[in-house]
Design a protein around this ligand. Structure first.
Ligand code: SF4
Ligand code: SF4
Ligand code: SF4
Length: 589
């Protein structure tokens, strides 16, 4: 905040504001939400949509408030007839080149263009179409682009280049040919896109969405003789309620379980079980690298957009990644091997759906190496599932699950709280915090500290790795050995950490990287229009759940202990290696 505040007059009302604010933020402070379709705080302010205009006394033209600056004594009119007419014209021009097929659009009900047209009272479009209809880009597993619904706001381009430093998309062409393009317009599938889905979260329309897999899941739920298993990632319990109209940060763990049972899933399990399992494997891998030699710093591997990123941009550093599969994939492999045997189910009769905060999880589930259960059954020479057998059949986003719940007419708020099924539904608070930046690190430290020192931690709360700061650092004393750790979220921050390693200047032993702002709570499959307040609310909910669960250390999860005793043997053992670990390869685009 600047030292010297200024007084402005918004629609005649005096307001004292920080002069570093733009007019849009200053008006919001005065209680007036000026509409915009392109501005995105801290990411994009290119003044392209023309919807946020206001009238400033003394200025000849209307001012685009996202780029206008406040000054002492400024008088601003936010809803004069001239302003309202100009905003309506701007939206009508956008709609002239838009299919307006809202009733069959994935963003119906959560579309900023739709709600802005409604707010501005647009009832007809007086302008002719000037752009040619566009083709749909379905070249990736995670993301679908429909440029016909694009209003050229530039948010996706900004988030991809500024927040993720991937630059898979750009605005190309001129005039009526301007469009969001990939290299040579070959589609995202042949671009460096890591399928993080951040573009889909910031897009104000249905021009970028997740690939919808709900129809396949409905079909499996209706199929007799099939056992449908669902797993839910940690962050979903803090965002599903929001996607269904509850306030941001609402924790709906038990109601979510009840809703999934009402949708018809036979077993409702928890990805958090596999997050605890990940800590057992990853924690022991770290201890082995620290004590027996191995590539350091070791970097976490549970965020699939991050895996795509390092495989694409830093292939020489792949050896730093933990070999652990992500919790989603560990769960799928265990469900279709251990659980199938334990429950007496034929492996080919089981389907596993995941509910994930992430579009990159769809791609991860289709990686050829994610078929641990298939290899397990093949090695046993027992009943063999088909060649197309993946550990996880479908990875739905929070948004897709919310659509299924709505379609089934389920009122989540009125449902009772129900428990996950056993044994793959038992988890600890350490697993819950996987859903937010710093959580995997904190969970790992809770276990590694106690395993290495043999002593109980004086406090389980590692405050230094909490919060939404881009890069966090801490030191932990493990019996006299100081272990230096770092936590980064967004690929821009990951790049800083990787450049340090590449330069031989990294001081760290262990690093957590998550692809999305805030980690999974801000994932590309989460409810759209995420802002800092929503991220903070979801982040807080993760730590509330951590405390609520009581058991807060992964190595104390009795169901995970039983999995090792009855099936896997020991962490990093032969069967763990087969089912729970993977390898990475440079990705050429
Ligand atoms: S993007 Fe928005 S305005 Fe366009 S069809 Fe979809 S819901 Fe309607
Ligand atoms: S999914 Fe991520 S990497 Fe791909 S275009 Fe969108 S923002 Fe860029
Ligand atoms: S695809 Fe969406 S975010 Fe990107 S420019 Fe078009 S409307 Fe904006």
């Amino acid at each position: 905040m600047s030292d010297k505040m200024v007084t402005i007059f918004v629609d005649g009302h005096a307001t004292v504001v920080d002069p570093s604010r733009n007019l849009l933020e200053a008006c919001a402070q005065a209680g007036v939400n000026v509409p915009t379709l392109c501005y995105l705080k801290d990411v994009s302010a290119n003044a392209s949509c023309g919807v946020c205009v206001v009238e400033v006394e003394g200025a000849r033209s209307l001012v685009r408030s996202c780029v206008g600056r406040v000054s002492e004594g400024m008088k601003i009119a936010t809803s004069s007839p001239r302003v309202l007419r100009a905003r309506k014209n701007a939206v009508e021009l956008l709609l002239a080149n838009h299919p307006t097929d809202c009733l069959v659009c994935a963003r119906n009900g959560s579309c900023e263009l739709q709600s802005t047209a409604e707010k501005l009272g647009v009832r007809k479009v007086r302008f002719p179409r000037t752009r040619k209809p566009a083709t749909i880009d379905e070249s990736t597993d995670g993301i679908v682009r429909d440029n016909d619904k694009c209003i050229l706001c530039g948010r996706c381009v900004a988030v991809c280049s500024e927040v993720q430093t991937v630059s898979a998309i750009q605005l190309a062409g001129r005039g009526i040919r301007t469009h969001v393009a990939t290299f040579m317009d070959r589609g995202l599938g042949t671009s460096p896109c890591v399928q993080c889905g951040q573009c889909s979260v910031v897009c104000p329309t249905g021009a970028i969405t997740e690939r919808d897999e709900t129809e396949a899941v409905w079909k499996a739920l209706a199929q007799s003789g099939r056992t449908t298993i669902v797993q839910t990632a940690p962050a979903i319990r803090a965002s599903l309620g929001e996607a269904l109209g509850m306030k941001p940060g609402s924790l709906v763990t038990g109601k979510m379980v009840a809703a999934l049972r009402r949708l018809g899933f036979d077993r409702v399990f928890d990805t958090q079980f596999a997050a605890d399992l990940t800590i057992m494997e990853e924690g022991n891998e770290l201890i082995r690298r620290l004590t027996q030699g191995g590539k350091l710093p070791m970097i976490t591997s549970c965020s699939p957009g991050w895996i795509n990123f390092i495989e694409t941009f830093y292939p020489a550093l792949l050896g730093h990644l933990s070999t652990c599969k992500s919790p989603q994939q560990m769960f799928g492999a265990v469900a279709k091997s251990y659980y199938a045997e334990k429950a007496g189910l034929a492996p080919e009769s089981i389907s596993v759906a995941s509910i994930m905060p992430c579009t990159a999880k769809k791609h991860e589930a289709r990686r050829p190496e994610m078929r641990g259960a298939f290899e397990y059954w093949r090695a046993k020479g027992a009943t063999k599932p088909g060649e197309s057998y993946y550990d996880v059949d479908w990875a739905l986003t929070t948004r897709e699950l919310a659509r299924m719940v709505k379609r089934a007419g389920i009122d989540i708020e009125s449902l009772p709280e129900e428990d996950f099924d056993d044994p793959l539904g038992r988890s600890t608070g350490a697993a819950t915090i996987f859903g937010t930046t710093g959580g995997v690190m904190e969970a790992a430290l809770r276990t590694v500290y106690e395993v290495v020192t043999g002593k109980a931690l004086p406090s389980l709360d590692f405050e230094a790795v909490r919060g939404l700061e881009g890069i966090k650092k801490a030191e932990v004393d493990l019996n006299g050995t100081i272990v230096r750790v770092a936590v980064a979220h967004t690929l821009k921050n990951a790049r800083i950490i990787l450049d340090e390693i590449a330069a031989g200047a990294s001081p760290y032993h262990f690093i957590e990287v998550m692809t999305c702002p805030g980690g999974c709570i801000g994932g590309g499959g989460q409810p759209v229009l995420i802002d800092l307040e929503k991220r903070l609310a979801r982040n807080k909910a993760m730590y509330v759940e951590d405390l609520r669960l009581g058991m807060r250390k992964s190595h104390e999860n009795a169901s995970v202990q039983a999995l090792y005793a009855d099936f896997l043997g020991e962490p990093l053992g032969h069967l763990s290696h087969e089912l729970l670990h993977t390898e990475y390869a440079p990705r050429e685009v």
